[in-house]
Design a protein around this ligand. Structure first.
Ligand SMILES: [Zn+2]
Length: 334
């Protein structure tokens, strides 16, 4: 297992390792200020001067999109004061509220599915553990703990070093924030690993996927939600963003293309990378909680319900539709 401590620098292709790339787009201070209206404060907080730039390139060998020069300020945050911690904790708590019910129900369905798969595979009666890899402020850890995973670890290498010490450990719904890879290994292997919208932020994508495999128990399940960020389709809009008026396109561009999204890997290529890391897909149908509750036969719920089934059959047929959710297990070593 490799402790990936590096989070900034110059990279070669995240898929094939080639250095031969074509420049697609450069984020500069001028562009971010004028087009995205990024405030000066953001540049100051990240120690970025007038000459700052970060570029999306496309590999000439395999076609993978990625940021070549990853900015320095992605390095680990320093220690937090009590006040800063208070702000983060309030934000975390605010996610368990009415405004986020859709998202909470989605996460609940995800963990339920993960739990079912783990229970089906698990060979012993031992307690279950779960790791949320690249957790940021995800609600998954708390939900997983409530749903029966007895050891739950929330790992984010960009969290400050002191986060384990300053977050309470005497709570009823107890899970642990762990910022260091070495501490993560202490609880390994894990029966379930969640990597939700995190891989697009990984500096060493293949290294981290390999780590996830290494941290997973032989009968465990790893889940990845991988966003579709179609660089080829959107590059013409990104280059012309200053002149675009369509709000839908603008919000897609700003959510997809920014200096923190380092890897623009399409689903088919991502699936291959999972295989290279020793993980293969498990056929499963993720039924969202809200379609399973009371009144599950109402007409409003029928369409998403059918969509889930269609996705399931497409995945059984190994179709390459644009998949975003991957439930995987270890490839059996012979
Ligand atoms: Zn490549």
């Amino acid at each position: 297992m490799k402790n990936n401590v590096q989070h900034s620098g110059i990279r070669s292709c995240v898929n094939c390792g080639s250095n031969d790339s074509q420049l697609m787009f450069t984020f500069t201070k001028k562009w971010l200020t004028e087009v995205r209206k990024v405030p000066q404060e953001w540049f100051d907080n990240n120690n970025l001067d007038e000459n700052f730039s970060s570029s999306i390139v496309k590999c000439r060998n395999c076609g993978c999109g990625y940021i070549k020069d990853v900015m320095k300020s992605r390095d680990r945050l320093c220690n937090w004061s009590t006040e800063e911690l208070g702000e983060k904790v309030s934000y975390y708590q605010s996610q368990f509220s009415r405004k986020d019910i859709n998202h909470l129900q989605y996460n609940q369905s995800l963990i339920n599915n993960l739990l079912e798969l783990v229970l089906r595979k698990k060979k012993t009666n031992s307690e279950l553990s779960l790791l949320d890899y690249g957790c940021s402020w995800s609600t998954n850890s708390a939900i997983a703990r409530v749903m029966g995973f007895s050891t739950v670890v929330a790992y984010d290498p960009l969290h400050p070093e002191n986060i384990s010490k300053i977050t309470p450990s005497n709570m009823v719904v107890d899970f642990k924030f762990v910022p260091n890879f070495d501490d993560l290994k202490k609880n390994a292997p894990y029966d379930a690993i969640i990597c939700q919208s995190a891989d697009e932020h990984f500096y060493d994508l293949q290294g981290e996927l390999k780590n996830i495999n290494d941290l997973l128990s032989d009968d465990g399940i790893a889940y990845f939600s991988h966003p579709i960020m179609d660089l080829d389709a959107d590059i013409k809009f990104l280059r012309n963003e200053a002149n675009i008026k369509d709000k839908k396109i603008l919000s897609r561009l700003s959510a997809t293309f920014h200096v923190y999204h380092l890897n623009y890997v399409m689903p088919k290529m991502f699936k291959k990378m999972l295989n290279q890391a020793g993980l293969k897909e498990v056929g499963t149908c993720l039924m969202r909680q809200r379609y399973l509750g009371a009144n599950s036969l109402s007409s409003k719920k029928i369409i998403p319900f059918l969509k889930s089934y269609i996705k399931y059959f497409l995945s059984l047929m190994r179709s390459n539709y644009r998949k975003t959710e991957f439930f995987t297990e270890k490839v059996n070593k012979k």
